[in-house]
Write a protein that binds this ligand. Structure first.
Ligand SMILES: N[C@@H](CCC(=O)N[C@@H](CS)C(=O)NCC(=O)O)C(=O)O
Length: 206
């Protein structure tokens, strides 16, 4: 049975949802960033990390989601089977990892982005981060116009991948999702999904 190492509210929520959608037994282990427990399986001390029974470890959210898609084709979480559909899945996974997730870093950890330790400097970094996040959410919102899911082939791990980041935007952007009605609609449909609800309840518990 695979083991997912996760932290509450983190991007590990995406593979957590994917495992729930797949429906096979798995273990979810809650960790603190940088703890001994996570450092033992991921030298970055970060989540998510997936461990298979034979000890094989996989890090990086996008890689874990891609692995789960291919390990469980019966779950139909690829968002389409054509060569172009696969390329689109790769494109949106990269967008979420490199453009959206990275845009949140200055918001979460402004001190890593300036050597000026004053409050004003940190506030300026956070504001710059908000602008970058807003740019990426604008791209996602326009893409979602007239679509129920990010990928053309239906519900996929890419929708799951977007979910933690959408939740961060609701919490951290000054206007929440007000300017992104299509992202709001995707959020609402994911939040109503029984598998997503189950995972959120588990992550909120204790
Ligand atoms: N590129 C990695 C980033 C993983 C990552 O940084 N995860 C965050 C949570 S969303 C984390 O564990 N941060 C703790 C830290 O950076 O110390 C991935 O996509 O999996």
């Amino acid at each position: 049975m695979p083991t997912l190492y996760y932290a509450v509210g983190a991007c590990s929520l995406a593979p957590h949802i994917a495992l729930e959608w797949i429906g096979n037994p798995y273990e979810a282990v809650r960790v603190q960033y940088g703890s001994k427990e996570i450092l033992a399986v991921n030298p970055a001390g970060a989540v998510p990390t997936l461990r298979e029974d034979d000890g094989w470890l996989l890090t990086q959210a996008g890689a874990i989601l891609d692995y789960l898609v291919h390990k469980h084709p019966e779950a139909r979480l690829a968002g389409g089977d054509s060569v172009r559909a696969k390329a689109e899945a790769h494109r949106w996974s990269a967008f979420l990892t490199s453009d959206v997730h990275a845009a949140f870093w200055p918001v979460f950890m402004p001190y890593r982005y300036t050597s000026d330790q004053s409050d004003a400097a940190r506030r300026a970094v956070v504001e710059a981060g908000h602008k970058l996040v807003a740019k990426q959410f604008g791209i996602l919102d326009r893409h979602l116009e007239g679509r129920e899911h990010i990928l053309g082939g239906g519900r996929s791990v890419i929708d799951a991948y977007s979910f933690p980041m959408i939740r961060w935007a609701i919490k951290l952007l000054p206007g929440g999702l007000d300017a992104y009605p299509n992202v709001q609609a995707l959020h609402d449909s994911l939040a109503a999904d029984p598998g997503v609800k189950k995972v959120l309840a588990r992550e909120a518990d204790g």
